[in-house]
Design a protein around this ligand. Structure first.
Ligand code: SAH
Length: 496
């Protein structure tokens, strides 16, 4: 097979600011070669067997030279591989994409270029600065602040005359020189100037001043690379247009303790609210397999009048096996289905089943109360669920009718990284920890160690519901807020 290279702009930082075409290139790649400014979350979309090569640079302290990078890309393509070369922003805006393309063309290697949202425009946008505006700037100019040949001067005289917005990339180390050269060549020293550090990410930091004092401010605020320097009247609009930093979770780090397989919804919502989700999986769902008991219950489903599904996992595992045994949803045709919680009912809908009963509250006690009204002693109930689930539901319902509990999965300890989380806690970098079940609490404590619990004193704990809250309190921890509705959306509301 002939290899091919895609030079792809990954956007300025927020991982959703990539094009559909760019995302396709990530999904099909055999090899992904990526830079420092590329959001790592994007790499999760790659194939399981994809090879990742980091070629990040930090200012003049290069990890790999451009020649080495060209070589790697060409070499992999020559082996017949699909190589996706991911670059921050747009590949042709100071990204040396042109040089990489030329190198490939010389070697007759097939390539395509996928444009990206450049930080020069998108980064300003997230800082609340429109790069043009009818009242303030009718052009914009994107300029390098770091010249290839250090002695070669930019044409400061011409730049100082421009009335459009000036955006300098790679310029933070030369900020003093940039500002003084513009002033010396006639630019008004009171021109509004902003510095945008880590634009469009949860670490975005923006400082404002004038051409005259911006260098002093940068030193005081310790602004480092990557930073955009914006010079022009449009900077003044920031106070009206700053949508990103006003998001409810902007700048907040939130630990997600669910299993990796289940965390995506919560993680995504935290990101959309401007927060920084930290995945620390404390649990892992392990299907019980082979499971003769489950097979037996599926074969004799017609004996049951009710099935209670208590979780999304429970639904998934039950139906996967039902389908494997060559049955389909019709097998449940005469059985009434009870779904506990909206996520469970959604998982059922996806498999062609609209639950007959969705109890209003999702705790065992409330479920029993509601079902007591409906059930009679002739009923038979099947409950496929986790092996460590609370006995309450089965015990209470058995007082009314026949109940069979079928254990379909176990919750085991997850692979959350203890050192990483302790370091963040020591540095006071965690604002919230979310717990979505008692097992996430127990395993969290087990992983970080009881002796480290006092490190949580400045961290706010958010709980999904009363049972989870009790477990949290049993460990001597405080619940800062409990979700009103015992769901992921409830957790999000509590966070907001
Ligand atoms: N191709 C990229 C630019 C590469 S040059 C693009 O189109 O955006 C690297 C410079 O871009 C950095 O030194 C910095 O000035 C700027 N930059 C890129 N991403 C940035 C970000 N998220 N925040 C601030 N500056 C960024």
């Amino acid at each position: 097979m002939k290899g091919k290279v895609y030079l792809v702009g990954a956007g300025p930082g927020d991982y959703k600011l990539i094009t559909l075409k760019g995302m396709d290139c990530i999904k099909i790649a055999d090899v992904i070669v990526y830079d420092r400014l590329v959001n790592r979350t994007l790499l999760k979309n790659a194939r399981k067997d994809c090879e990742f090569i980091y070629v990040g640079k930090k200012s003049s302290n290069h990890t790999k030279t451009q020649d080495e990078i060209n070589d790697i890309i060409a070499h992999k393509a020559k082996e017949g591989k699909i190589v996706t070369r991911l670059k921050g922003g747009d590949p042709y805006v100071f990204g040396r994409g042109g040089e990489e393309g030329e190198y490939l063309r010389e070697r007759e290697i097939d390539f395509e270029v996928v444009p990206g949202i450049t930080s020069a425009i998108g980064g300003l946008c997230y800082a609340g600065i429109p790069i043009t505006h009818r009242d303030y700037a009718s052009s914009f100019h994107v300029i390098t602040g770091h010249l290839k040949d250090e002695d070669k001067e930019l044409d400061w005289e011409s730049l100082a005359k421009l009335n459009g917005t000036l955006v300098f990339l790679m310029g933070i180390a030369n900020l003093n020189k940039i500002a003084t050269s513009l002033i010396e060549n006639g630019k008004d020293k009171t021109t509004p100037t902003a510095l945008i550090n880590w634009a469009t990410t949860q670490n975005q930091k923006v400082v404002e001043g004038t051409l005259e004092n911006i260098h002093e401010i940068a030193l005081k605020e310790k602004i480092e690379s990557p930073t955009l320097i914006v010079v022009g009247e449009v900077v003044k609009l920031r106070k009206h247009l700053n949508f990103f930093e006003s998001k409810p979770l902007f700048g907040k780090s939130v630990v997600v303790t669910r299993s990796r397989a289940q965390s995506s919804k919560l993680v995504d919502k935290i990101m959309n609210l401007g927060g920084n989700p930290i995945e620390f999986p404390t649990i892992k769902i392990e299907e019980i397999k082979p499971n003769e008991a489950l097979d037996r219950e599926i074969e004799r489903l017609s004996q049951y009048s009710y099935i209670i599904f208590t979780s999304e996992n429970g639904v998934k595992i039950f139906f996967d096996r039902l389908f494997e045994l060559n049955y389909d949803s019709r097998k449940l045709g005469n059985i009434k289905i009870i779904a506990i919680g909206p996520a469970t009912s959604k998982a059922l809908r996806e498999r062609g089943i609209a639950a007959d009963i969705i109890p209003k509250r999702f705790v065992g006690e409330a479920v029993v109360e509601e079902l007591q009204e409906i059930l009679s002693k002739e009923d038979r109930i099947l409950i496929p669920r986790a092996s460590e689930a609370r006995p309450y539901l089965v015990k209470k319902l058995s007082e009314i009718c026949g109940v069979v509990e079928c254990k379909t999965y176990r919750t085991v300890k997850g692979e959350g990284n203890k050192e990483e989380i302790l370091e963040l806690l020591n540095e006071d970098k965690i604002n919230y920890v979310t717990f979505t079940s008692s097992s996430t609490v127990k395993n969290f404590v087990e992983i970080i160690g009881k002796e480290n619990l006092d490190k949580l004193k400045n961290t706010k704990i958010i709980s999904i519901g009363p049972i989870t809250s009790n477990t949290i309190k049993d460990f001597g921890l405080n619940v800062y807020k409990e979700a009103e509705e015992y769901t992921i959306d409830g957790i999000i509301k509590a966070l907001i």
